[in-house]
Design a binder for this molecule. Structure first.
Ligand code: TNX
Length: 540
């Protein structure tokens, strides 16, 4: 019998759609082969580690905690061979970084990976395949729950090595417990980077031992704007807002993230968005102040002066911060720094003359370079927002492209590494629905499907240049997000769309199938008590 090739293609496409839609996973794995029957966890299921060592124990411990608390099964962790009714986690050095293979048969499950991260992601996949009640501690009404998974074989690996989210804890402080919850949720979506925006005009949020006033003064503000900053009738709320993380808090969060294969990138902003620091130490500015920690949002003219004392101050600050974060990246900000003050400042102009610097933008490059010097000695790589490309930049700087894709394109062509985070596609502070029914935001419009539509590799780049795009990141600026519940509302489920773009094969992108899979993931969100935005229907 001859089959019409067009019919065959349609059959194949619809088959892949149905697998895509049925498998309850986000991000979608690269390859899925569904099987027959299912595996069921029960009171005798064992976790076999190959090798049985401390790294494997640590990597699998989140899964043990989850399973034990929701099912009540003991799930003993053992060494040795795989027997029946076991979940085996095995190192297989032939696989790529972060990749995993998962095989579920009726007799047991095997997860293989070449590194701990891959094992961890394989377990996150099992977690999503289990009934969503896995997310909640054992209770009377789930006593009859069957903890089964349909047989399947999955081969999986990420598209991008950098899969991140930034949280601004300056405009509104977020307690460390919430930061840890977000890190858990990043891991649930197979994301691996948390960018922690720790300093801005409205608050300095990290303890610096050498300069205690940064938090004694810089971490609190007296007032806050009510309403939208551009509204003609905005007014002040006299409401103190404060909070910061001690260095002990930071260490705790970093360790928490490490166990979940999430690297934290600290951001200490310069030369702009510096009013909280200037309120504490006005001598770091061009004019001498005084300043206050502002309760309004926007871009402010007073920035750090480029004089030597300020640079030395910041060198000390970043060295203290760098010692707390084991990751290789360090973010120095660099966005929205008006040069109004520098143009009129004798110290800055003298500096330009003595260093042979022609423009104030180039002076910013020099400024950042001086801070980079000390970070390099600590083995760190610097990231800057794409405003940096308005001047010449050294190749060592990684560019985070936020104003659009242009900065990233330019940087990739120059041979710099790039992380894509264009505001129109991945700013989770933008409206996700109709303005009239949504809570107030900064503006913009970014519904779920628009996030899902984003293509991180710009068409303008050739193959070699494309390799410079290390990954993508969603940004969560919190001017209009006063508390944790509000952050969750803005982040979920859009983060699920971002996670899929970052991880999955772009050829399998299909909004309808994604929406169907999302329904299953939303059930997990429900049991995790996430305050996600509920849309009437996700499959329309
Ligand atoms: C621009 S993105 C900023 C932030 C604001 C954000 C609001 C970037 C590097 N700078 O300071 O919070 O817009 O969407």
């Amino acid at each position: 019998m001859k089959i019409n090739p067009i019919v065959l293609i349609i059959l194949l496409l619809s088959f892949s759609f149905s697998i895509q839609a049925e498998v309850k996973l986000i991000p979608l794995p690269i390859e899925i082969k569904p099987g027959k029957k299912s595996f069921e966890f029960d009171v005798d299921t064992r976790l076999v580690l190959q090798p049985y060592d401390s790294i494997m124990k640590e990597t699998t411990s989140f899964f043990c905690d989850l399973v034990r608390s929701s099912t009540g099964f003991p799930l003993p962790v053992v060494s040795g061979k795989a027997g029946k009714n076991s979940l085996v986690c095995r190192i297989n050095s032939r696989l790529e970084k972060e990749a995993y293979r998962l095989k579920v048969t009726k007799d047991g499950i095997v997860v293989e990976a070449s590194d701990a991260a891959g094992i961890f992601y394989g377990l996150q996949t099992i977690r999503q395949l289990l009934p969503a009640t896995i997310e909640t501690p054992v209770s009377m009404d789930i006593g009859t729950q069957k903890w089964s998974i349909d047989c399947v074989e999955i081969h999986d690996k990420p598209s991008f090595e950098y899969r991140g989210m930034m949280l601004d804890v300056c405009r509104h402080f977020m307690p460390k417990e919430f930061v840890m919850r977000m890190i858990d949720l990043l891991a649930f979506h197979k994301m691996n980077t948390f960018h922690w925006h720790l300093t801005d005009d409205q608050g300095w949020r990290i303890e610096i031992k050498k300069y205690p006033k940064l938090t004694a003064i810089g971490a609190s503000r007296r007032m806050e704007i009510a309403g939208h900053k551009n509204a003609p009738d905005w007014s002040w709320k006299v409401e103190k807002h404060d909070g910061f993380y001690t260095q002990e808090d930071i260490k705790e969060v970093v360790e928490y993230a490490r166990k979940r294969h999430v690297t934290i990138i600290p951001e200490i902003e310069m030369p702009g968005h510096a009013l909280a620091a200037l309120a504490a130490y006005p001598e770091l500015s061009c004019s001498g102040g005084p300043f206050e920690v502002v309760g309004r949002w926007g871009v402010f003219h007073d920035i750090y002066c480029s004089r030597e004392e300020t640079i030395e101050f910041l060198q000390h600050v970043v060295c203290e911060v760098a010692d707390l974060f084991p990751g290789e990246y360090f973010h120095l900000g660099g966005d929205e720094a008006p040069k109004t003050r520098w143009k009129r400042c004798k110290s800055c102009q003298d500096r330009m003359a003595s260093e042979g610097i022609d423009t104030e933008n180039q002076l910013q490059t020099y400024f950042v370079g001086r801070i980079e010097e000390v970070l390099k000695k600590k083995g760190k790589k610097v990231i800057c927002w794409d405003d940096a490309v308005d001047a010449e930049i050294p190749q060592s700087i990684t560019i985070m492209s936020w104003r659009g894709e242009e900065g990233g394109i330019k940087a990739a062509r120059l041979g710099n590494d790039v992380i894509m985070t264009p505001h129109r596609s991945v700013y989770l502070d933008y409206y996700q629905g109709n303005k009239s029914t949504e809570p107030l935001t900064i503006g913009g419009f970014l519904p779920l499907e628009k996030v899902y539509d984003y293509q991180p590799i710009p068409k303008e780049l050739n193959q070699e240049e494309s390799l410079r795009i290390k990954g993508i990141q969603a940004n969560v600026w919190t001017e209009y997000m006063p508390d944790e519940k509000h952050v969750e509302y803005m982040v979920f489920p859009r983060l699920a769309a971002l996670a899929e773009i970052a991880w999955s094969n772009p050829e399998n992108r299909d909004m309808k199938a994604f929406s169907l899979r999302l329904k299953a993931i939303l059930q997990h969100y429900d049991y995790m008590n996430i305050n996600y935005r509920k849309q009437d229907r996700y499959d329309e």
